[in-house]
Design a protein around this ligand. Sequence first.
Ligand code: AMP
Length: 393
Amino acid sequence: MKIISINAGSSSLKFSLINMENENVIANGVFERIGIDGKYTIKFNGQKYEKEEQLNNHNDAVNILLKELINLKIVNTLDEIEGVGHRVVQGKDIFDKTVIVDDEVMKKLDSIKHFAPLHNPANMLGIEAFKKALPNVPNTVVFDTAFHQTMNKETYLYAVPYEWYEKYGIRKYGAHGTSHRYITETTAQILNTDKFKLISCHIGNGASITAIKDEKCIDTSMGFTPLAGVMMGTRSGDIDPSLLPPVMENENKNIDEIINDLNKKSGVLGLSGISSDMRDLETAYNEGNERAILTMNKYVRRITDYIAQYYVLLNGADVIAFTAGVGENSPLIRKLVCDNLACLGVKIDEEKNNIRGKQALISTPDSKIKVYVIPTDEELMIARDTLSLIKNA
Ligand code: AMP
């Protein structure tokens, strides 16, 4: 059985074709510059196939993808594709799990699209394109927010007028839920139990920390949108909103422009003035660059703050897991964070920590909390959900 996982953006569409018998990726790639001009890359069998071709819309991208899967002999017929799973950024409190797409689901998606205007409408274009191209193949929607729906009210509400929640849905929704769920399931496999306290640190260009008890989300660092929480590559994380008016006035910018600055020009990039990429920051940090040192200390501090907060919330922790681009690939960040947690009895083995992109236990045997690196796999999680819904349909 083969399943396609899709992550559709406004001008791009990423895919992974997965063989669910062994969970191996058969092919993956990306269609880019949709609606502008168009180019695509398909990787399979250790080969990379790249082409420039006009992509007027998401339908073009999906039709060309399906044609290329046959042309490149990645599949013999399209009948081999038995399901398509779509990542959707925002499911609000309407969706607390993955569901099969039908007319009712599309209506609900349409009713909440303004909650993630940059992402949800694009995700929906991907779904519509596959519904058209493969009308007999089930589509599922997998939400970034769904895993966080187990947070209680006292956790997800902001201390703002209650009517804002009632009237406008203003509350914490969180993000990266599919990744945190993957880390949770993998931790359960490693520990061979579903009873554990886990602090899952998804630290990539976007970053979020989640407190998990017995496989359920208790709290997460992102908020109403993925702008909240820890400091990220280009996002500020938590700030005091009262700083907005003076900046708007002095910079002569409107609210959309300032929110854009907080999303795209802040975080590691904004504070360091060097780059949003942790590899560049590490190089400058190691060279003794002052702003890089300041930025690194702040970055590590924000992660530590959330881990410490969640340690208290969970009344202890069995596992701290690092994942995503930085979490999987930066021994330095992991070490600096864990050094900050020494008072909780966290100790890492520097030799074991010297790995990138591989699952490993990096804490010492006498560490009070086990520290793992667990590479995330959101595409596989989407495909697993899709398979399980199709089987039970
Ligand atoms: P992601 O959003 O999960 O794809 O993570 C992307 C980020 O991971 C990049 O922007 C880098 O900051 C970071 N990253 C990737 N490789 C490394 C590495 N070898 N060392 C440090 N950071 C890395």
